[in-house]
Design a protein around this ligand. Structure first.
Ligand SMILES: [Zn+2]
Length: 292
């Protein structure tokens, strides 16, 4: 595999843009599998704020666990605390409160999915039939449509290789961890061109047009854009905001998770849509095509 392509995966992440051209999905998926192997076997995995995310999950039962109480968003980690007049016109008078509410909702949505998948996986590994354990429609449909997984294929539940339910659980727990550990920083209104972590600085890589948020793998900051504060995407506004946060958290924690240019296992849209499916929420119409 070419490191050049992997670097490309670390470009600044954007949210809610129009679908890009079709790419070679199988090739991209194989890159993802290679990067998973790297994370598992590298003697010095990428570090994020002093912990080693992949290993921390393996070693620490609390990592991303729905059973741990989420920490609050730190007010002093929010750039517009308190908001100036111009910013307040967009964010409202209490931006920290808005971010906290969206963050809490994102964690709630993730926790439901993590608990549900873990419970089903445990049952099936203990010998239960998939037909009995996975009888609910959202799980079957979400696995099929977002990740092309067949709920009746026992191997996706039993195994721990790249394309399994365990991988999904790990991904959701990674996002949960960094939304809940109190270390995420927020920029309230990003500029059109921004410097973010080690991501490429390119003209217009920040908040332009309909971009809702921007983030960069390995860099614990979510840059919010004006639409995040105002555009409800035709659904409940809190859910729309929560969706963006958990989407960006996947980019931040798993630098190889991109958007539409990637195969479904490396497309953050597929994860956030899976979370919506499992929670019986409608995916915003404008984003349905983002997880092809
Ligand atoms: Zn994205």
């Amino acid at each position: 595999m070419g490191s050049k392509v992997m670097e490309h995966f670390a470009l600044t992440r954007r949210d809610d843009r129009l679908p890009a051209h079709a790419t070679d999905r199988a090739r991209l998926d194989s890159l993802v599998e290679a990067s998973i192997a790297e994370l598992s076997h590298s003697p010095a995995p990428r570090r994020l704020l002093g912990f080693e995310p992949w290993r921390a999950f393996e070693a620490d039962p609390d990592f991303g666990s729905p059973n741990t109480t989420p920490r609050s968003v730190r007010a002093n980690f929010v750039s517009c605390n308190p908001p100036s007049g111009a910013i307040k016109a967009i964010t409202g008078p209490d931006p920290v409160g808005v971010i906290q509410a969206a963050n809490t909702r994102a964690i709630e949505l993730l926790d439901y999915v993590i608990r549900d998948l873990q419970g089903k996986r445990d049952e099936i590994r203990a010998g239960a039939a998939t037909a009995a354990t996975v009888e609910d429609i959202p799980t079957r449909e979400a696995l099929r449509t977002r990740f092309r997984m067949n709920a009746d294929d026992r191997s996706i539940w039993m195994e721990s290789s790249a394309r399994t339910v365990l991988t999904l659980i790990r991904r959701f727990r990674g996002a949960r961890q960094i939304l809940a550990d109190g270390w995420m920083r927020y920029t309230c209104l990003g500029a059109a061109t921004i410097t973010l972590g080690k991501c490429d600085l390119t003209e217009g890589n920040g908040c332009t047009a309909d971009t809702r948020a921007v983030s960069c793998g390995g860099h614990s900051r979510i840059v919010l854009c004006a639409p995040w504060w105002s555009d409800d995407l035709g659904i409940n506004k809190l859910d729309a905001q929560a969706r963006t946060l958990l989407h960006e958290a996947l980019h931040v924690h798993f630098g190889f998770i991109g958007d539409r240019e990637s195969g479904n296992f490396a497309n953050a849209h597929c994860y956030d849509q899976f979370v919506f499916d499992m929670n019986w929420l409608d995916v915003p119409t404008a984003l349905v095509g983002s997880c092809p």
